[in-house]
Each structure stands twice: as C-alpha cells, then as structure tokens.
Design a protein around this ligand. Structure first.
Ligand SMILES: *Cc1c(COP(=O)(O)O)cnc(C)c1O
Length: 319
C-alpha cells in the first residue's frame, strides 16, 4: 500500500464521504503546551472514520463480486460502515459482531439493512465465523483493518490533514488493529517524512505496543478496556509491518484518562466522541505526549456511544 493508493482512494470515495473539519482547540493547546487541532471523524458518515475504508474497499470490487454480497467481522463501527456503504452501492451485507457488542452499534448496523450475526467475544473468533460464510456463501470478506483497500481509504484522513495544516508537526492516531494508523502514516510520511506519527492505545488493550517492543506480532490474553473499538487481540500482518516502518512511538493511556478526555471533549469542545476516539486527547491531557510548542493533530476517530454509557461516565464523575 502506497501514497498513490491513498490518493486514488481519495478520488474514488470523494462523493461518498464527508470531508471532516480540522478544528483548533486553544483550551487543549494551553493545557498541553502545543497548538492542538482536532480532526473530527466523529462527524464522518456512520459516526466513524471506518466509512472511508469501507467505501474504498467496496468501490474497488468488481460489480459481480459485490453482488454476491459482502461479509465482515467488527465490534461495530466497521460493521456499520460496511453495511452503509453496501446499501448505497446496492450490495447485501452480513456483519459478525461480538455477543457483547453495544446495542446502539448493533441497531445501527441493522438500520442500514445488513444482517447481524452475534458470535464470540474476540476478534479471532469473529474472523473465523466470517471466513466460514465466505466459503459457504461465496460472499466477499472485508477485513476491518488488514486490507490495503481499507487502509488506503482510512489514509485519506492524512491527505486532508496536510491540506488544512501544511506545516503539521505531529499526528496522534488511535490504534485497534492498526488500519487507521497504517493508512494515515503512509499518507503523511509519503508526503513529508518529517511529520511524526504517534499511535495511541489503552494500556489495557496494547497489542501494537507490545508487538512493536517484542519485534513480532504478539497476541494479548486479556483485553478489558472501555474503548470498545480498540479491543483487538493481535495487530494485522500488514498493519504491523507498516507500523514498524513508519510509526514514531506508541503512547499508552489509562482508562480514567480516556473517560476524562471524552467528557472534556463534550463539555469544552461540544464534540461527542466515543472512548476509542478520545484516546488521542487523553494522551495530550495526561502529559504522555512528549513534545511541546508544536502543531499537533489529535484524530478523533469516532462518536458512536450509547447514551446510557455516557450517563454512567457522568454519574461516576459525580460520585
Ligand atoms: C476501528 C476503530 C479504531 C481503530 O482502528 P484500527 O484501524 O482497527 O486500528 C479507533 N477508533 C474507532 C472509533 C474505531 O471504530
């Protein structure tokens, strides 16, 4: 996957996706000693950046391939994205979700007209179930991150960041399986290698951090983070290789810091961001981000959160 793939993806999906805003945040900047800009992919169609990758993957299919239907495995946002993109292109979609997926996400997938199959709790279990459907039904599998077309679609965010902020110094990106990070890093470093790219994970779901430090893809045994979009057992083969080559560092944040960042974004920036999307701001607020006096972009990857979840976070803060 190259910068050229990302540029082509941008043209391919332009009519389908929102070009999201890059908003300066003086408050956050003052708190962390940088010029901070928020890339609001929580305002992307379907509520998360995953719509970009899904559109690029589905629009890259041969028509007859698409007409056999698409299937994916996802904790929610990729499922919603594939379901919505498929509906717009006139393809049918099946989405395998974990049995404990948030009801809001499942309802949204079904709302786009896709069929939902609840299966297992880990990404590996869901991937197995999805490949079974590929074998039995002849559908096309759309991987949530370890697919060049998906990564290239996510990478279009990097092109928009450089357009809006040509002298950007550093970009913080949430990591689940690493597709978003790989795409964005390929775009940014392909245009200007000096831009620093930092991945951010929850310390309780840190498979990329561990894998990079071990020098090989390393599975996690236990994942218990509030950031449900980042619950990945092991980085992708492709995403790991790209991350190894292009990522400057991976920062880890604590659970309380993620929730604090989410509430900060809601109260101060008027942005509703889900826990997975708030980890980048958590890295800035907690002081984990190592640089000062730079132009820094925090990517807010999504905004899909059930309101009762939000209520729990607010209640916990009052106690
Ligand atoms: C999927 C997702 C991520 C992680 O993206 P990967 O490509 O799996 O690394 C981050 N935030 C949100 C909101 C997501 O839905």
């Amino acid at each position: 996957m190259s910068l050229f793939d990302v540029v082509r993806a941008r043209v391919r999906i332009a009519s389908m996706v929102n070009r999201t805003v890059l908003d300066p945040s003086a408050t956050l900047g003052g708190l962390c000693g940088n010029d901070v800009f928020l890339k609001a992919e929580n305002l992307q169609k379907t509520g998360a950046f995953k719509f970009r990758g899904a559109c690029n993957a589905l629009m890259s299919l041969e028509r007859e391939e698409g007409l056999r239907g698409v299937v994916t495995a996802s904790s929610g946002n990729h499922g919603q994205a594939v379901a919505c993109a498929a509906a717009r292109l006139g393809y049918s979609a099946v989405v395998v979700v974990p049995v404990d997926a948030s009801p809001a996400k499942v309802a949204a997938v079904e709302g786009y007209g896709a069929k939902v199959i609840p299966w297992g709790t880990t990404s590996l279990e869901r991937l197995d179930k999805a490949s079974e459907l590929v074998r039995q039904e002849g559908m096309t599998f759309i991987h949530p991150y370890d697919d060049d077309r998906v990564m290239a679609g996510q990478g279009t965010i990097g092109l928009e960041i450089i357009d809006d902020l040509p002298d950007v110094d550093a970009v913080l990106v949430p990591i689940g399986g690493g597709g978003l990070l790989s795409g964005v890093a390929t775009a940014l470093k392909g245009i200007r290698p000096g831009i620093r790219v930092y991945g951010v994970e929850s310390e309780r779901s840190n498979c990329m951090y561990r894998s990079l430090h071990a020098g090989k893809r390393t599975p996690l045994e236990r994942i218990a983070t509030v950031a449900d979009g980042l619950r990945t057992t092991i980085p992708g083969e492709r995403t790991f290789e790209i991350a190894r080559r292009l990522v400057d560092d991976v920062l880890l944040v604590r659970e309380e810091e993620i929730i604090e960042a989410l509430l900060f974004l809601l109260e101060r920036e008027k942005l509703l961001v889900e826990p997975s999307g708030a980890v980048t701001v958590a890295a800035l607020l907690s002081g984990r981000f190592p640089l000062r006096h730079r132009k820094v972009v925090a990517l807010l990857s999504g905004g899909n959160i059930a309101l009762d979840r939000l209520e729990e976070f607010l209640a916990a803060r009052r106690r």
